[in-house]
Design a binder for this molecule. Sequence first.
Ligand code: G6P
Length: 610
Amino acid sequence: MCGIVGAIAERNVVPILVEGLRRLEYRGYDSAGLAVVNGADGLKRVRTPGKVAALDALLEDEPVQGGLGIAHTRWATHGVPNEANAHPHICRDQVAVVHNGIIENYAEIRAEQERLGYEFASDTDTEVIATRIHFHLEQGAGLVEAVRKTTGELEGAYAIGVVDTREPDRIVGARMGPPLLVGLGVGEHFLTSDVAALIPVTQRFLVLEDGDIAELERDRVTVYDRSGEVVEREESLSELSADAVERGQYRHYMQKEIFEQPEAIANTLEGRIHGSRVLEAAFGPDAKAIFNRVQSVQIVACGTSFHAGLVARNWFEGLAGIPCNVEVASEFRYRHPVPRADALVVAISQSGETADTLAAVRGAREIGFGPVLSIVNAPESSLVRESDLVLMTRAGPEIGVASTKAFTTQLTALLLLVVALGRRRALSSESEHRIVEQLRSLPGVCERVLALDEHVHSLAGRFADKHHALFLGRGVQYPVAMEGALKLKEISYIHAEAYPAGELKHGPLALVDADMPVVAVAPNDALLEKLKSNLEEVRARGGELYVFADQNAGVRPSPSVHVLEVPPMGEHITPIVYTIPLQLLAYYAAVLKGTDIDQPRNLAKSVTVE
Ligand code: G6P
């Protein structure tokens, strides 16, 4: 992953670089660094393990400035997160490089460079890029040419930013795989892996395509395509506003994003339902023709988005009568699945940049699956550009690494898709009306569940000293339990596993004792009585139960059974709503444990490497 920012301007670019990094920290936060070129002073680099705040503190002590620079926040792939491995990487005080991605043939290149007399100061794959560019410069190439020659030798994925003290009036960027954009200013230009970094300075940008090389000078930007020809890339205007990424009154972004869910869901629905129907036009002008051909659905996604896919499978099959497979993208891409030309490939991704999800989509196309529909939150993302149909979730920027509003808006969007496809199959118009009515009620129901905040907070107190937890659900609630377990382990570091409640007696029951809290999701649905029997199995073994149950479910509290009563709601929206108290539980358990909630250890929000 990692975040890249570069800037060339008449003014000192260091504050722009640091603010940009702060906004990109969600991509990785193992270490941070920047390098500026400053006339006679040459190249100045400042780097540190840890977060951007640590870099900022260093810069306070030893300020640097310059009108041209590149900066980086890292999520370690090659080499531990220490200062030596932090970017930018420099070769012979002349060339500095920041890099996002993985160079697969770096070991061979490194051996060759060592033979040529280059010394290496880090364990990273990035340093080979810096030395190789230096080598080509020494052979007489200009910077753009040296970058072209070097990238031609690289195997793998990269987005890079490069500066050279001998050409102190340009930054060169190159992309193959991970995103890279050029921000357009007046008399100043910028490079970044995500527009969010540049919102304080510009909303105008160009998206580079694979194989592109961009040359940024103060008064112009030139983009070359993979054959070296100058190309025009279309200018876009970002819809992000600066305050969309502020934390406001909330203690953490995650908390803010949990409480934004009613509004986010309302935005997802806006203009997509009318009267008692889902509007097919919401999926784009080609939707009708594509939907008419679809006989089945293949979902690919990672992490939380994968859980959204698992919920949707229940809907596709149970409500719409459409066969549906769901697979983790990193497995799907290497498994040699049997292609079905009439299967709609549905890719779900908050960022639209997850490397495995993108590769799964490309692979599916290559082997002959049908068209691709993506459910994405980031409008400027690669997945949006590569899909035949797109349904934006419109959750707004999600900064907390643990996904919350992205998940519930993905589910909302998926339910719209289930209806649009289902009405061609098993879904009656009465069912469509019922679902649309329930969707309309969603923001209000979510508000009512968020009002249970204090109660969940008090329950969370009982988790803070625990090391393990089990989450149970049945049917469509099983993936909800999986999502609850994922939230808890991601941010509180409490080991948590989810099981379909019926599987309890096939193993996990052996783990149950007073130190193993068991959380269950119990809406008032067809599986409620079965779930209650499973909960009895836990109680009979001295387990401590936390049941998030419908008010009318008849789950009685006792000293070992803690019940959070959830207001009644339409059956189809329960997976969306029941996720919310699980998010709050994880959040408050993590607050009590004092972990770094928005940036949990070892994780990153956008996983643009394999
Ligand atoms: C990372 C994030 C998760 C996210 C997953 C998939 O692991 O920390 O929150 O669910 O990537 O990301 P995507 O952007 O494709 O939804």
